[in-house]
Design a protein around this ligand. Structure first.
Ligand code: RFL
Ligand code: PHB
Length: 392
C-alpha cells in the first residue's frame, strides 16, 4: 500500500487530521489498532474550547455538535464552603466553551470517514515507523493476520501515549519532560440530570471533585483518589457519599444521585516530548504530550496540533514549500507548554496533598482567594481555560 500521509492512530487527532487532509485533496490512510466499537465508546474528554469547535465546524464535522453540544459561559469554583463563578464571556471578550463528549466527536468523524473516505482500517496495528529520516518512510503494520507495509511521503504519529511512533525518534536528539502526580481520578458516568448548569471544580481537605456532564440527562463526575486505587473498591453508595461531602457548601445544595453506568481510574501525568518532528515523522496529540485532565486541555491540544499539521502538509503537497512544516514543532510546542503550565497549576491548586502538607494547603486557598477577588487573576484563568485562538 502507498499513500501521501500515513496516519497512525484513529483517535480524535488521527481522524480529524484525515478529515482535514481529505478535504484539502491530500491522500491519506488511517491505521487504527482497535475496533470501531472500542474507539467509539472510550470514555474521555468532554470540554471543547471555542477553537476546537471552530476547527470541527470548518471541516464539516460539527452538525451534531451544534445541535446537541451544551454551550457553557463559565465554571464554578468551590472551596471553604463557598461557591464562586468565573464568567468567561465577561472576562475574555466573549469566549465560551462547549460540552460535547469525545465519544461523539469520534463517532461523527468515523461516520464521515467511512462514508466519504479516506481509507480507515480498524484492527490495523502499527508495529513500527521505519526510515523516518528518509524521503520514503514506511509504516509496518499487522492487519487481518498478516504483516503489511504502508509506504508514505509523510507519517503522522497520532497513536496516543502508548503508541509506537514516538519510539522512532532518536534518543540523542529528542527528550521527554515528565511529571507524575501523587493522585488519580476516579471517573463515573451516571444516568441522572446534572445537579448544576456549569462545571463545578471543588477543592477541600477530603480531596478534589469535579462535576461535569454529557447531556441534560447524563452526568460525568470525578473524585481525587490515591494512586493505585481499584474502582471495584468503590461501591456506588460510597462514591455518591464522597461526592456529596466534597461538593457541600455552607448553604442548601443537593447532589442528585442516579445509577452509575461506568467507573474507571485515571492516573495524572504531564509529559511533553520534544521535538514533535523527526524527518518525515510528525507527532500530534497524546503521542507527543499528556496533561492532567484538570485543565481539560488534552483533546483541545490534539485538535490544535492537527490544525497546524493539516495546513503544513497541504502546503507541502500543493506548493512544495516546507516553510510551515519546518516550524511545526515550534508552533505546536509554544501552545503545548502553556497548556502544560495551566494544567499543572490547576491540578496543584485544587488537589489535596496526600501528605497533608499544611503550608501547601494554605497556598491553594491563597491562590483561589486571589482568583475570586481579582478580576485580573480571574481573567487569566478564563483566558487559559477557554484557550487561545488556533495558531493557523
Ligand atoms: P488517543 O485518543 O489516545 O488516540 C490514539 C489512537 O491511536 C490508537 N493506537 C494505535 N493505532 C495503530 N497502531 C498502534 N500501534 C496504535 N497505538 C495506539 C489508539 O487505539 C487510539 O485510538 O489520542 P489523541 O487522538 O491524541 O487524542 C487525545 C485525547 O484523547 C486526550 O487528550 C483527551 O481525552 C484528554 N482528556 C481531556 N481532554 C480535553 O481536552 N478535555 C477534557 O475534558 C478531557 N478530559 C481527558 C479527560 C482524558 C481522560 N483520560 C481517561 C485520559 C478526561 C479523562 C478521564
Ligand atoms: C469531562 O467532562 O470529562 C471533563 C471536563 C472538564 C475537565 C475534565 C474532564 O477539566
Amino acid at each position: 500500500m502507498r499513500t501521501t500521509v500515513g496516519i497512525v492512530g484513529g483517535g480524535p487527532a488521527g481522524l480529524l487530521l484525515a478529515r482535514m487532509l481529505h478535504r484539502a485533496g491530500v491522500d491519506c490512510v488511517v491505521l487504527e489498532s482497535r475496533t470501531r466499537e472500542y474507539v467509539e465508546h472510550r470514555q474521555r474528554a468532554g470540554m471543547l474550547e471555542q477553537g476546537t469547535v471552530d476547527a470541527l465546524r470548518a471541516c464539516g464535522a460539527a452538525d451534531r455538535l451544534e445541535a446537541q453540544g451544551l454551550v457553557h459561559r463559565g465554571i464554578e469554583l468551590r472551596f471553604a464552603g463557598e461557591r464562586h463563578r468565573i464568567d468567561f464571556p465577561a472576562l475574555t471578550g466573549g469566549r465560551t466553551v462547549t460540552i460535547y463528549a469525545q465519544t461523539e466527536i469520534v463517532k461523527d468523524l468515523v461516520g464521515l470517514q467511512l462514508a466519504e473516505g479516506p481509507p480507515l482500517l480498524f484492527e490495523a496495528e502499527a508495529l513500527a515507523v521505519e526510515k523516518p529520516d528518509s524521503d520514503a518512510p514506511v509504516v509496518r503494520f499487522r492487519h487481518e493476520g498478516r504483516e503489511q507495509t504502508l509506504a508514505c511521503d509523510w507519517v503522522a504519529g497520532c497513536d496516543g501515549f502508548h503508541g509506537v511512533s514516538r519510539r522512532a525518534f532518536p534518543a540523542a536528539t529528542s527528550r521527554t519532560y515528565a511529571r507524575d502526580y501523587p493522585y488519580s481520578w476516579l471517573g463515573i458516568l451516571a444516568d441522572v440530570p446534572p445537579s448544576c448548569e456549569e462545571l463545578i471544580y471543588a477543592r477541600g481537605e477530603r480531596g478534589f471533585a469535579l462535576h461535569s456532564m454529557r447531556s441534560p440527562s447524563v452526568s460525568r463526575l470525578y473524585l481525587q483518589v490515591p494512586n493505585g486505587t481499584d474502582a471495584a473498591d468503590w461501591s456506588d453508595e460510597r462514591i455518591w457519599d464522597e461526592l456529596a461531602a466534597r461538593f457541600a457548601i455552607d448553604a442548601d445544595w443537593t447532589l442528585a444521585r442516579g445509577p452509575i453506568t461506568a467507573k474507571s481510574v485515571t492516573p495524572m501525568r504531564s509529559h511533553v516530548h520534544e521535538p514533535m518532528r523527526h524527518g518525515r515523522l510528525l507527532l500530534a496529540g497524546d503521542a507527543a504530550h499528556i496533561v492532567p485532565p484538570t485543565g481539560a486541555k488534552g483533546l483541545n491540544l490534539a485538535v490544535s496540533d492537527v490544525s497546524v499539521l493539516a495546513r503544513a502538509l497541504t502546503e507541502v503537497h500543493r506548493t512544495g514549500s516546507t516553510q510551515l512544516i519546518d516550524r511545526y514543532s515550534e508552533l505546536c510546542l509554544s501552545r503545548v507548554w502553556q497548556a502544560t503550565r495551566f494544567s499543572y497549576d490547576m491540578t496543584r491548586m485544587l488537589h489535596a496533598q496526600p501528605n497533608g502538607d499544611a503550608f501547601e494547603s494554605r497556598m491553594q486557598l491563597a491562590r483561589l482567594r486571589r482568583i475570586t477577588a481579582s478580576r485580573h487573576a480571574a481573567a487569566e484563568l478564563a483566558a487559559n481555560y477557554t484557550g487561545p485562538p488556533l495558531a493557523v
